[in-house]
Design a protein around this ligand. Sequence first.
Ligand SMILES: CC(C)(COP(=O)(O)OP(=O)(O)OC[C@H]1O[C@@H](n2cnc3c(N)ncnc32)[C@H](O)[C@@H]1OP(=O)(O)O)[C@@H](O)C(=O)NCCC(=O)NCCS
Length: 154
Amino acid sequence: MTAPRVTRLTEANWREFAVVRLRALTDSLGVDDPQYRHESSFTAAQWRRRLREHAQFTVLIDGRPAGLISAQRENAESVYLYSLWLDPDARGHGLARPLVEAAVDWARTQRVRTVTLRVAADNTVARGVYESMGFRVAAALVGPRHELAMSLSV
Ligand SMILES: CC(C)(COP(=O)(O)OP(=O)(O)OC[C@H]1O[C@@H](n2cnc3c(N)ncnc32)[C@H](O)[C@@H]1OP(=O)(O)O)[C@@H](O)C(=O)NCCC(=O)NCCS
Protein backbone atom coordinates (compact mmCIF):
# COMPACT_ATOMS: atom_id res chain seq x y z
CA MET A 1 0.00 0.00 0.00
CA THR A 2 1.32 3.44 -0.92
CA ALA A 3 1.06 6.26 1.64
CA PRO A 4 -2.38 7.95 1.62
CA ARG A 5 -2.34 11.29 -0.20
CA VAL A 6 -4.78 14.19 0.06
CA THR A 7 -5.54 15.93 -3.20
CA ARG A 8 -8.08 18.32 -4.70
CA LEU A 9 -10.41 16.84 -7.31
CA THR A 10 -10.74 18.75 -10.55
CA GLU A 11 -13.33 18.65 -13.29
CA ALA A 12 -11.24 16.03 -15.07
CA ASN A 13 -11.87 13.74 -12.08
CA TRP A 14 -15.67 14.09 -12.18
CA ARG A 15 -16.25 10.34 -12.55
CA GLU A 16 -14.16 9.49 -9.45
CA PHE A 17 -15.86 12.34 -7.61
CA ALA A 18 -19.32 11.05 -8.49
CA VAL A 19 -18.43 7.55 -7.28
CA VAL A 20 -16.98 8.65 -3.94
CA ARG A 21 -19.68 11.25 -3.31
CA LEU A 22 -22.46 8.72 -3.94
CA ARG A 23 -20.68 6.17 -1.72
CA ALA A 24 -20.52 8.78 1.04
CA LEU A 25 -24.21 9.65 0.67
CA THR A 26 -25.19 5.96 0.62
CA ASP A 27 -23.18 5.27 3.76
CA SER A 28 -24.30 8.39 5.65
CA LEU A 29 -27.92 8.80 4.53
CA GLY A 30 -28.96 5.67 2.62
CA VAL A 31 -30.23 5.30 -0.94
CA ASP A 32 -33.78 6.38 -0.07
CA ASP A 33 -32.65 9.80 1.14
CA PRO A 34 -33.78 12.68 -1.12
CA GLN A 35 -30.22 14.04 -1.31
CA TYR A 36 -28.92 10.70 -2.60
CA ARG A 37 -31.78 10.39 -5.05
CA HIS A 38 -31.15 13.94 -6.30
CA GLU A 39 -27.41 13.56 -6.80
CA SER A 40 -27.56 10.02 -8.18
CA SER A 41 -29.35 11.48 -11.19
CA PHE A 42 -26.65 14.13 -11.85
CA THR A 43 -25.32 14.36 -15.38
CA ALA A 44 -21.64 14.76 -16.16
CA ALA A 45 -22.26 18.50 -16.56
CA GLN A 46 -23.77 18.70 -13.07
CA TRP A 47 -20.85 16.84 -11.47
CA ARG A 48 -18.46 19.14 -13.29
CA ARG A 49 -20.37 22.19 -12.13
CA ARG A 50 -20.22 21.00 -8.51
CA LEU A 51 -16.44 20.65 -8.88
CA ARG A 52 -16.20 24.16 -10.28
CA GLU A 53 -18.39 25.75 -7.64
CA HIS A 54 -17.13 23.93 -4.53
CA ALA A 55 -13.63 22.75 -3.68
CA GLN A 56 -13.57 18.96 -3.20
CA PHE A 57 -10.69 17.19 -1.50
CA THR A 58 -10.16 13.46 -1.33
CA VAL A 59 -7.68 11.10 0.24
CA LEU A 60 -6.24 8.62 -2.22
CA ILE A 61 -5.34 5.18 -0.94
CA ASP A 62 -3.51 3.18 -3.60
CA GLY A 63 -4.77 5.74 -6.09
CA ARG A 64 -8.44 5.30 -5.15
CA PRO A 65 -10.54 8.02 -3.45
CA ALA A 66 -11.33 6.79 0.08
CA GLY A 67 -12.72 9.96 1.62
CA LEU A 68 -14.07 13.39 0.91
CA ILE A 69 -14.51 16.87 2.28
CA SER A 70 -16.21 19.76 0.50
CA ALA A 71 -15.71 23.49 0.91
CA GLN A 72 -17.67 26.42 -0.43
CA ARG A 73 -17.58 30.18 -0.10
CA GLU A 74 -20.43 31.05 2.25
CA ASN A 75 -19.99 34.82 1.94
CA ALA A 76 -17.18 37.37 1.75
CA GLU A 77 -16.08 36.52 5.29
CA SER A 78 -16.40 32.76 5.53
CA VAL A 79 -15.97 29.35 3.96
CA TYR A 80 -18.35 26.51 4.87
CA LEU A 81 -17.07 22.92 5.11
CA TYR A 82 -19.45 20.03 4.60
CA SER A 83 -19.61 16.29 4.03
CA LEU A 84 -16.46 15.10 5.75
CA TRP A 85 -16.50 11.36 5.17
CA LEU A 86 -14.08 8.46 5.13
CA ASP A 87 -14.67 5.02 3.76
CA PRO A 88 -15.40 2.75 6.77
CA ASP A 89 -12.25 0.72 5.92
CA ALA A 90 -10.14 3.89 6.06
CA ARG A 91 -11.39 5.14 9.45
CA GLY A 92 -9.31 5.18 12.59
CA HIS A 93 -6.01 5.93 10.83
CA GLY A 94 -5.86 9.66 11.43
CA LEU A 95 -6.89 10.58 7.86
CA ALA A 96 -9.69 12.99 8.77
CA ARG A 97 -7.34 15.69 10.03
CA PRO A 98 -5.24 16.03 6.83
CA LEU A 99 -8.47 16.17 4.81
CA VAL A 100 -9.88 18.98 6.97
CA GLU A 101 -6.48 20.69 6.88
CA ALA A 102 -6.51 20.72 3.08
CA ALA A 103 -9.93 22.39 3.11
CA VAL A 104 -8.84 24.91 5.75
CA ASP A 105 -5.70 25.70 3.72
CA TRP A 106 -7.93 26.32 0.71
CA ALA A 107 -10.12 28.62 2.83
CA ARG A 108 -7.00 30.64 3.69
CA THR A 109 -6.35 31.16 -0.02
CA GLN A 110 -9.87 32.64 -0.26
CA ARG A 111 -8.83 35.36 2.21
CA VAL A 112 -11.77 34.76 4.51
CA ARG A 113 -11.71 35.23 8.27
CA THR A 114 -13.72 32.21 9.39
CA VAL A 115 -14.27 28.56 8.49
CA THR A 116 -17.62 27.15 9.61
CA LEU A 117 -19.20 23.70 9.66
CA ARG A 118 -22.02 21.74 11.26
CA VAL A 119 -21.72 18.53 13.19
CA ALA A 120 -24.28 16.29 14.88
CA ALA A 121 -24.06 16.94 18.62
CA ASP A 122 -23.56 13.22 19.32
CA ASN A 123 -20.80 12.73 16.70
CA THR A 124 -17.99 12.71 19.24
CA VAL A 125 -15.35 11.39 16.81
CA ALA A 126 -15.91 14.15 14.24
CA ARG A 127 -16.24 16.79 16.93
CA GLY A 128 -12.96 15.61 18.48
CA VAL A 129 -11.22 15.93 15.12
CA TYR A 130 -12.52 19.49 14.64
CA GLU A 131 -11.73 20.55 18.21
CA SER A 132 -8.18 19.16 17.94
CA MET A 133 -7.73 21.51 14.98
CA GLY A 134 -8.98 24.56 16.86
CA PHE A 135 -12.64 24.62 15.83
CA ARG A 136 -14.93 25.74 18.64
CA VAL A 137 -18.69 25.39 19.10
CA ALA A 138 -20.30 28.65 18.02
CA ALA A 139 -23.96 27.72 18.53
CA ALA A 140 -26.40 24.88 19.04
CA LEU A 141 -28.69 24.91 16.00
CA VAL A 142 -32.42 24.80 16.40
CA GLY A 143 -34.04 21.86 14.62
CA PRO A 144 -34.72 18.14 14.76
CA ARG A 145 -31.14 17.08 13.92
CA HIS A 146 -29.40 18.37 17.09
CA GLU A 147 -26.51 19.92 15.23
CA LEU A 148 -23.79 22.22 16.48
CA ALA A 149 -22.30 25.06 14.43
CA MET A 150 -18.51 25.18 14.81
CA SER A 151 -16.07 27.78 13.59
CA LEU A 152 -12.37 28.43 13.25
CA SER A 153 -10.65 31.78 12.75
CA VAL A 154 -8.11 31.64 9.92
C1 LIG B 1 -15.62 11.37 11.46
C2 LIG B 1 -14.58 10.69 10.59
C3 LIG B 1 -14.36 11.51 9.32
C4 LIG B 1 -13.27 10.60 11.39
O1 LIG B 1 -12.28 10.08 10.53
P1 LIG B 1 -11.07 9.16 11.03
O2 LIG B 1 -9.94 9.31 10.07
O3 LIG B 1 -11.56 7.80 11.30
O4 LIG B 1 -10.65 9.85 12.36
P2 LIG B 1 -9.30 9.59 13.14
O5 LIG B 1 -8.71 8.26 12.80
O6 LIG B 1 -8.44 10.80 13.01
O7 LIG B 1 -9.86 9.51 14.62
C5 LIG B 1 -10.13 10.68 15.32
C6 LIG B 1 -10.06 10.38 16.79
O8 LIG B 1 -11.21 9.63 17.18
C7 LIG B 1 -10.81 8.37 17.70
N1 LIG B 1 -11.75 7.40 17.13
C8 LIG B 1 -11.83 7.03 15.86
N2 LIG B 1 -12.85 6.16 15.71
C9 LIG B 1 -13.40 6.02 16.93
C10 LIG B 1 -14.49 5.28 17.44
N3 LIG B 1 -15.24 4.50 16.63
N4 LIG B 1 -14.79 5.39 18.76
C11 LIG B 1 -14.06 6.17 19.56
N5 LIG B 1 -13.01 6.90 19.13
C12 LIG B 1 -12.69 6.81 17.85
C13 LIG B 1 -9.39 8.16 17.22
O9 LIG B 1 -8.66 7.35 18.11
C14 LIG B 1 -8.85 9.55 17.18
O10 LIG B 1 -8.48 9.96 18.48
P3 LIG B 1 -7.12 10.81 18.69
O11 LIG B 1 -7.35 12.11 17.96
O12 LIG B 1 -7.04 10.96 20.15
O13 LIG B 1 -6.04 10.00 18.06
C15 LIG B 1 -15.00 9.25 10.18
O14 LIG B 1 -15.24 8.51 11.36
C16 LIG B 1 -16.26 9.21 9.31
O15 LIG B 1 -16.17 9.28 8.09
N6 LIG B 1 -17.44 9.09 9.92
C17 LIG B 1 -18.72 9.06 9.20
C18 LIG B 1 -19.07 10.40 8.60
C19 LIG B 1 -19.06 11.52 9.61
O16 LIG B 1 -19.46 11.37 10.74
N7 LIG B 1 -18.58 12.70 9.16
C20 LIG B 1 -18.53 13.91 9.96
C21 LIG B 1 -19.67 14.81 9.54
S1 LIG B 1 -19.61 16.36 10.42
